[in-house]
Ligand binder design. Structure first.
Ligand code: FES
Length: 318
């Protein structure tokens, strides 16, 4: 696990239908670590779950911050994070959090960017829009939501650049946005998107002909194969001299822990990057949302909580 710091909830505010915004300050009173657009923190909830939330107020210069601001949508399929925050979180409560990490960075070489947000996926995208505005980067943003009442940071975005923001509400238009025409030609150096899986899948499909590294997405949940599709393989931990079979029902991380090793982990869903491990041999079958397509292609590392081996044997430098 990464080091934790104690934070106190300094403000809780409803900012859209089914969305609350939460401000966190260091309990010690000192400034919090700065973070660039796209960064997230792990929030350790009192009853056990650890959840990742993007920092809405990430700063272009990554300077120390007075508070961290996150926003959380109500998730009907919540496994204990979203519901607890909406129902139980109160000002003054003390929680533990990690330092910010950034797996969803803007490429500094990208001078013209398209930002696409779906629902609560606006949280890192809004920080990116502010970054672009502050750094003189040419940007456009497509803000999608199921209805106007669910749009977050709509007024703030209008103030940032009304002519740069297109809103799309499914309820008004009668269907989710079709991105294929907008992405048919690569008119931007990069597209950055966060939102529900169907939107991101459609976006990746529509921009599949764009240059490598120009399409970056952050997913709420990583896609993972069902147990019946998972192969059994041998796992070798080279440094420790340990080996075992990884069954279809368990993850590489489960197997590592079963061998008695303490390996860092947090989300256990392929979202946060905490459990990354170096690969020495074996073809990785990636299922995370952390590594880019180019990074996955190098076969140099994997997220052991979700990624597996495409062959019979996987050797890790652990
Ligand atoms: S624990 Fe978060 S990516 Fe594996």
């Amino acid at each position: 696990m990464t080091a934790r710091i104690e934070v106190v909830v300094s403000a809780v505010r409803a900012i859209a239908r089914d969305v609350v915004q939460v401000d966190l300050k260091a309990r010690s009173g000192v400034a919090l670590a700065g973070a660039e657009a796209g960064a997230h923190i792990d929030l350790h909830l009192p009853h056990g779950p650890v959840r990742q939330y993007s920092l809405v107020n990430a700063q272009p210069e990554s300077a120390p911050m007075d508070h961290w601001r996150i926003a959380i949508g109500w998730d009907a399929n919540s496994r204990g994070g979203s519901h607890w925050i909406h129902e139980k979180l109160r000002v003054g409560q003390v929680l533990q959090a990690s330092s910010p990490r950034n797996q969803f960075r803007l490429d500094p070489a990208h001078r013209r960017v398209l930002l696409v947000a779906g629902g609560i996926g606006m949280t890192p995208i809004y920080a990116m829009a502010r970054h672009c505005a502050a750094m003189g980067i040419d940007w456009q943003l497509i803000a999608c939501a199921r209805s106007a009442t669910r749009q977050v940071y709509a007024e703030e975005l209008k103030a940032l650049g009304a002519d740069r923001v297109e809103t799309w509400c499914d309820a008004d238009r009668g269907a989710p946005i079709d991105l294929s025409a907008r992405l048919a030609h690569q008119r931007w150096d990069g597209v950055y998107a966060c939102g529900p899986a169907p939107m991101l899948n459609a976006l990746e499909q529509a921009a599949s002909h764009w240059t490598a590294g120009s399409v970056r997405v952050e997913r709420f949940k990583a896609g993972q194969p069902v147990a019946s599709e998972r192969k059994v393989f041998e796992l070798v931990l080279a440094q420790s001299g340990l080996a075992t079979q990884v069954s279809a029902e368990e993850s590489v991380l489960d197997a590592i822990e079963r061998l008695g090793m303490d390996h860092p982990s947090s989300c256990r869903e392929g979202l946060c990057g905490t459990c990354e491990a170096p690969v020495l041999d074996g073809q990785v079958e990636h299922h995370d949302s952390v590594l880019s397509a180019a990074e996955k292609a190098t076969n140099e590392r994997l997220m052991v909580c979700v990624s597996r081996c495409a062959g019979a044997r996987l050797v890790l430098d652990l």
